[in-house]
Structures are given as structure tokens and as C-alpha cells.
Design a protein. Structure first.
Length: 378
């Protein structure tokens, strides 16, 4: 029996923070860095006078005094009737002035979040086209807002009524997602044509002694029941990105995440020899994080002899450092791999590869990642 396993950073299965869609990349970067600073400051208890001034300044800049070229990017979500973080007033010029009245994290109710834009419908439909073309039996989905979003996409978009009868689209009978640690709400989920027996979350890994979580999102372990009764374990991941913040710290974060995945992988092997590590690992094939996994015995799909394409899965895919998405197989599964390929037509790189006719720009592309899939003889 042939089983197709795939991974796809879909990008469009959540309402992206407005900051991600700005034409000014430097402004986008600064908003995200300021948001991280704000979240860190808001967690302090008590707030110092300097903390209050910084919080107020960030809110004034990003939450209240917006312009056409700098739309509101951050908001503070406070339940009605609860203790408040701040008050606002207007100065003589009409500019909003923020005053922090809370004494610390324990003295107000609510949280800060990034303002989100609506889903772009053509892009979502092109995401569905990629998934329909790949037609995997088991698909790991990266950058999904929540399980309801995944379920609605599966039932309401991934069908021939929306995409046309020629698409061959068909919803999956099983889908699952557990919310992870990402403050923007982008998570790792799964679509499967086989029953999902169980799921194990690792959102708290690293916090046992008061430390920070290892995983930026999670490393969910999905147990899939194969025909015949065997279990296949999929370890889904979305490692720390290379952008935003300190490159050194980002590199260290991904390496720590890879080491923890390696530990989880070795424990999973005790339950079943059929283990797959999959997802957007945000680093190249020969980088320290990926090598930490390869040295554990995992074999990467695009190193298989059947794959003859370009080395990357992101952007144009022409360069080795554009290899960000992975399907890595345990020693027992590797000999069963028969075919490996990449579906790029949901992307937009007109001077490099052909796109679906419905992909006409970066705005309508399904993702800037390609879908990676492998066929296994199980």
C-alpha cells in the first residue's frame, strides 16, 4: 500500500498580523520587535516608572496614533469590567496620550495582541489547490490559526464546489491542532485520511525548572493509525525563524529546539519504528540544528535518489539555504520511501517556475513555501 506524507507551510490559514503585510519591511520588523518588548514589559510585576513610560510610548506609537502609512498594529485586549492597564487622553495637538495606571501584571486583566487583517480569499483558495494537487494521505500543516480554522478550511474550501470539479479536491475525515506558544496564534496541525489515535503536546518542555519554553510553537506528536493497525508517529514542528531579533539567539534557539526534537524522536522510537519529523525547521540541510537530527539517524526526503529537483522549498527554491521544510524518516521508514517531490505552483516566482493560473502575484499566492511530499510503500 502506498501512503503519501506531506508537509506544507500554508501561511494563509490564519488572519495574518497587519504588520506582516506592510510594504515597508523595516517598519514591519520594528513593529514586531516593539511588540515583543511590550509583551515582556507587561509581564513584569511590579512596573517601575521607567517600565510605565516605555509601555505608554509603545502604545502611543503602535496602538493609538495611527496614520494611513502607519496603520494601527497593536491593541490591548481588556475584558469589560476588569481592572485596566491604562487610560488615554488627548493633548493640544489631538494626539492620544497614554497613562499606565496598573501597578504590575497582577493588577490588571487582559493582554496585548497584534491587530490582524482578514483572510485573503484567493490566496486561501490557492492554498487549497496546492493541497488538492498533492493529495497526501497525511499532511502536516504549518501556520494555522486554530483547529476551527483548519476544520472550516477543510470542509468549506477544500472541495470541488469551491475549486471546481477538475481539481479533485476532497476534505479530510480527520484533522487536529493544539494551540501552541506563539503569541500570534500560528500553530502546527494535521489533516489525515487515517484515524488519529492520540496526540502529545510539548508546549511546556523547558519550563520544568522555571525556564522558558523550548518550542516557539510546539512539537505535537500525532499518532496515526495505519491500515492494518500499526501506528505512525508524526512529530510536527515550526522552528524559530531566522528573521527578527538577534541572529545568534535565533540560531541557538533552533539548535535547542532540534536537540529537544531529537530527544522526543528517540522516545517515540520506543513506541514504534515508524516515526517522521516534519515541518518548517527554518534552517538549511547542513546547519547545526538539522545535522543534530540527521546524526540521530533521521533521513531527509529531498536527499532521496528519486528527487531530482532544485534544493530549496522557500522562495525560488534555487539555493541550498532556501531549504526550510523537511520530511525526515526513521531508519525503518527510509527504505520504504519510493518517490519524493515538491509542489511549487502555489508560489509566485514568474522567472523561475510556473504557477497555477489563479496565482497572479504575491498577494494571491498560496505561500512562499512549497509543499514537500513523499510516497512510502507501507
Amino acid at each position: 500500500m502506498t501512503v503519501r506524507i506531506a508537509t506544507f507551510n500554508a501561511e494563509n490559514l490564519f488572519r495574518r498580523p497587519r504588520a506582516f503585510g506592510l510594504d515597508d519591511e523595516e517598519l514591519s520588523r520594528r513593529i514586531l520587535e516593539d511588540f515583543a518588548t511590550l509583551v515582556s514589559l507587561l509581564d513584569r510585576d511590579p512596573y517601575t516608572a521607567a517600565d510605565k513610560r516605555k509601555i505608554a510610548a509603545l502604545l502611543e506609537e503602535h496602538a493609538y496614533n495611527s496614520t494611513r502609512t502607519r496603520p494601527r498594529a497593536i491593541l490591548v485586549n481588556e475584558p469589560r469590567g476588569g481592572a485596566k492597564l491604562h487610560t488615554t487622553s488627548k493633548d493640544e495637538s489631538g494626539r492620544t496620550v497614554v497613562k499606565v495606571i496598573a501597578g504590575g501584571r497582577s493588577s490588571w486583566a487582559g493582554w496585548a495582541e497584534l491587530v490582524r487583517d482578514d483572510l485573503n480569499r484567493p490566496a486561501v483558495e490557492n492554498t487549497a489547490r496546492v493541497i488538492a494537487e498533492v493529495d497526501a494521505d497525511i499532511l502536516l500543516t504549518v501556520e494555522v490559526e486554530d483547529r476551527l480554522t483548519l476544520d472550516r478550511f477543510n470542509t468549506q474550501v477544500l472541495n470541488t464546489e469551491i475549486l471546481g470539479t477538475a481539481s479533485g479536491a476532497r476534505p479530510y475525515p480527520y484533522n487536529l491542532l493544539i494551540d501552541g506558544n506563539d503569541s500570534r496564534g500560528i500553530d502546527v496541525g494535521i489533516l489525515s485520511r487515517f484515524p488519529i489515535r492520540s496526540v502529545r503536546s510539548h508546549i511546556f518542555d523547558g519550563t520544568e525548572k522555571g525556564g522558558e519554553p523550548v518550542f516557539s510553537r510546539d512539537c505535537p506528536e500525532f499518532e496515526i493509525e495505519l491500515p492494518g493497525g500499526d501506528s505512525l508517529w508524526i512529530l510536527g514542528n515550526h522552528f524559530k525563524s531566522q528573521g527578527f531579533g538577534s541572529a545568534k539567539q535565533n540560531d541557538e534557539k533552533r539548535l535547542n529546539q532540534a536537540r529537544q526534537v531529537r530527544k522526543i524522536y528517540r522516545e517515540a522510537l520506543r513506541r514504534s519504528p515508524h516515526v517522521v519529523v516534519a515541518g518548517d525547521l527554518n534552517d538549511s540541510l547542513d546547519s547545526p540544528p538539522i545535522m543534530a537530527l540527521r546524526r540521530a539517524g533521521l533521513r531527509e526526503a529531498m536527499t532521496h535518489k528519486s528527487y531530482q529537483g532544485t534544493p530549496g522549498t522557500h522562495g525560488t527554491g534555487n539555493l541550498p539555504d532556501q531549504k526550510l521544510d523537511y520530511l525526515m524518516f526513521s531508519p525503518t521508514l527510509w527504505p520504504k520511501v519510493q518517490n519524493v517531490n515538491v509542489e511549487r505552483r502555489g508560489g509566485w516566482a514568474p522567472n523561475t517556475f510556473d504557477s497555477f493560473e489563479t496565482v497572479t502575484s504575491k498577494i494571491t499566492r498560496a505561500s512562499d513555501h512549497a509543499a514537500l511530499f513523499a510516497d512510502l510503500d507501507l
